[in-house]
Design a binder for this molecule. Sequence first.
Ligand code: SF4
Ligand code: SF4
Length: 110
Amino acid sequence: MTSRKELEARRLGEAARIRLALNSMRTEAREKVKGGPGTIAFVKEELCIGCDQCTIVCDDDAIELYDTPLASPILDIDVNRKAKILRDPCTGCRLCVLACPTDAIIMIDR
Ligand code: SF4
Ligand code: SF4
């Protein structure tokens, strides 16, 4: 029978394996996303949940959140927030794309 210690060791091993796989996927994803001075971030409004992650990672103050009515018949919340990219300060660094949990941000040509 598997002992508690063996189970813990197996779990730690699995956690390390999953962490490695996720890190490698993230690096791969970063390489695939185009970026640079000729590009600008763009928010697909319908996917944005207003979580604020993108504004935290953006070093250039190029993202603002604005209020919008929440179109939900089941939640009693008046407004939701959405992110909006400010064209001039955006440097095309792609950090917001990688930080967004809903893949709401894409990079487009300027
Ligand atoms: S691409 Fe970089 S500079 Fe532009 S909005 Fe995203 S994090 Fe900010
Ligand atoms: S990280 Fe994505 S979902 Fe969150 S506010 Fe920014 S664009 Fe919206």
